[in-house]
Design a protein around this ligand. Sequence first.
Ligand code: URP
Ligand code: ZN
Ligand code: ZN
Length: 460
Amino acid sequence: MTTLIRNGRIITASEDYIADIFIEDEKIKTIGSDLTIKADLILDATGKMVFPGGIDPHVHLDMPFMGTYSSDNYETGTRAALFGGTTMVIDFILQKQGNSLQSALDEWRSRSDNNCLGDYSFHIAVTDFNPSTKKEIKKFIEEEGITSFKTFMAYKGALMIDDRQMIGLMEEVKQHGGMVTVHATNGDMIDYLVEKHRTAGKLSPLYHYLSQPEVTEAEASERFADLASYTGCPGYIVHLTCEGALNAVRNATKRNQHILVETCIQYLVLDASLYEKDFDGAKWVMSPPLRQKKDQETLWAGINQGIVKVVATDHCPFKWEQKKMGEKDFSKIPNGHPAIEHRMELLFSEGVQKGKISINKFVEVSCTNPAKIFGMFPRKGTIGIGSDADLVIFDPEEEHIISAASHHMNVDYSAYEGWKLKGKIKTVLLRGTVAIDNNNCKLEKGYGQFIKREKVSGNI
Ligand code: URP
Ligand code: ZN
Ligand code: ZN
């Protein structure tokens, strides 16, 4: 199977030019002007942009969490991702405390195997680091191609590890060429504030926000950076939201440390005023919570300064019935919001169209850096000869409106209902095959491949 994409404006993290792309089987074979090669399929991209397929390195599909499961499974979640121009996701496996990492991997595979439309990988969350877990790290990196180890400094009793476990894990992961990633918030402090609010009868979603003030994230981010500096382990902070936390990372650069930072689209475009809507605020109950306008400014600046390397989603959707588990108590609202489908278009519309980031930065933070950081570059994350033909043909002028009535995620509301965006995904190719064409999905579940990742250094 061969495909020729004609006359597109090709955008990578560093280039912007008009050319044709010739694809054979799954790979990009040739890029050039006015190519005369015959192809089975010709796609005219005149007047359109062509990006690499997006990579969302932070999603939770079919995940057991807070007494329920996230509502997108591997089929619906990766399909919705493709509609939004994201051709690959990295999902999270959660070790059960007391059990092995391998048993968690087996459990997650039983849900994901043969069910994905898009390509995928896993991070493994280490929730119980002990001598037997320690022995499993090397195998995950060298045999499974799972090179990133997620840690939680919050969610005590289920996911949180203490600093002693963190240091042990970092030393082991560093030795074998992996990376430690972190949900960096101070779990004990949050638990104290949650209990304080509940005891005072303060039970609405607003108190979820008030139980996780900026300092809880700033403190944990600084501590994580300190431990990573001490052990020399590559470190990556997921879903960083605020000025205090980013300044902790900026401080770490003064000792020549390089902590990698991810933020998520919601922290760039939404703010905490949404928690003032009584129980409707449950739609945005996530951890960390949405922050202030000044934090949005910090995050956009962090992207342009090259400190915030990735814009992900932390896609963790729950239907309204599930959110209602916390109708009488905010601490029982399943944490997370749906965004996997909207990351690229929101970032383009709010970031590029509004002049906050350049078009190359857009590709860098949503495609290229995730591939580089997580050991998949240049196979993924760019448009180059020999790379996988994961491509998005994009109309930068087309306007459209986000709505639960038209999105493809398995959730019965939208966290962005009524948002008017400028820029629309028209065609998506995954490894050379048309996945999305004019709002139609052409792939079946099972097309998506598990991508084994390479060892990482923390330098990109
Ligand atoms: O609220 C969130 N973020 N839910 C998913 C789990 C996590 O902490 O990433
Ligand atoms: Zn988290
Ligand atoms: Zn998450």
